[in-house]
Ligand binder design. Sequence first.
Ligand SMILES: Cc1cc2nc3c(=O)[nH]c(=O)nc-3n(C[C@H](O)[C@H](O)[C@H](O)COP(=O)(O)OP(=O)(O)OC[C@H]3O[C@@H](n4cnc5c(N)ncnc54)[C@H](O)[C@@H]3O)c2cc1C
Length: 402
Amino acid sequence: MANAGGALTRVRKVLFVSTVLNFEQIRLPPECDRLRKEVREFIAEEVAAGTFDPHNPRREDVDSREFSKRIGARGWIGMTWPKKYGGHERSFLERFVVTEEFRVANAPVRRHFTADRQSGPVLIKYANEKIKMDILPRICRGELCFAIGMSEPGSGSDLFAAKTKATKTNGGWLINGTKIWTSGAHLADYMLAIFRTSQPTKENRRHGLTQFLVDMRTPGIKCNPIEQLTGQRDFNEVVFTDAFMPDDHVLGEIDGAWKQATSELAYERSGPERFLETFYVLTELVRAAGRDPDVRAAEGVGRLVAQLHTMRRMSVSVAGMLHAGKEPVVEASIVKDIGTIWEQQLPHKARSLAAFLEPDSTNHPTLEKHLAFATTVAPKLTIQGGTTEILRGIIARGLGLR
Ligand SMILES: Cc1cc2nc3c(=O)[nH]c(=O)nc-3n(C[C@H](O)[C@H](O)[C@H](O)COP(=O)(O)OP(=O)(O)OC[C@H]3O[C@@H](n4cnc5c(N)ncnc54)[C@H](O)[C@@H]3O)c2cc1C
């Protein structure tokens, strides 16, 4: 009987898997082609005007403040948000196209990207009306930069171990503690952060964290730079010393941030930026291989393109589900897991394929330069936005296997 019971559980799990995981067959509609053309024309004009170099994936030497405003003026920030907040009520699929085109062109969009991708949607759900009316239109105009304050020393994967404390005071909260690996905090106008407002309970170790909107100009906030392997200053340690947050900067339920942080991650994990970060290596490899490549180079490039095509279909599917108001957390985690491993391995695969190029890869200085840069970028790809192991845990739980 015990064996029969075990078999039944396994059958139930298999049935659960086949019903829970659902990549809907979604294709980009014709209006996306028109939009893509518009975005490409805009990018070509910006490149011609010298705003950025599409062949330079480092993207950091550009002051992109005005560029973000010009993108905002075209209506390409907050594309899916309500018009009353400055948004454009367009589809997630149209947003997908814009993200994809800017990413492939190596355009410097990071000033507005986090706000557009995930901070804005969180504010729409959880901020009060006054804050929404004040901040969301400015995000849409490309005027604001946001950072994400989740990780802390000793609390990365396990978000719910966060210790940075918010203590109630007159009219608000005093914040003390340290966030770490905070991308772009030194550029940010605002951060969405989780702080400890009370202790976890016996029944729920996730209890006791609250999400806040942090104005980065608040006295008592200091950003200390942390350098990447590439030498770039991307992220920071952010130290809070008695930094005051007004009551109306609490987002959602006090002590209930654990319910909010997970839906935010579906936005963070599934977009085309999650498999296109080293895409410039592929385009340069194709360029170096020329019109009549060696059969091994052709076969290798063919495989990479086929894999990319499949991931893109999956990512489009997630965008379509987000548009339909669903929260495809498992599907988004799968896209990030497969996508980040693909973009991480791309420089290594391209390096071995380059060996088949005639006469040898040293004749392709741009490819060499891109490979060297992508190799130093690669290690972070499977860590940021949730590590591979954590994503697989989420996928297993979502499928009923854990
Ligand atoms: C480039 C970059 C940008 C980032 N930007 C931000 C940002 O803007 N804001 C922010 O808040 N954070 C940011 N992070 C931090 C990132 O979210 C964390 O680094 C990540 O969540 C992992 O946490 P950790 O570094 O503390 O590693 P740990 O959680 O200590 O994990 C160490 C190792 O143990 C594994 N592990 C941990 N727990 C488990 C488990 N339960 N089961 C199996 N394996 C496990 C992990 O997979 C990993 O391999 C960024 C990180 C990088 C690399």
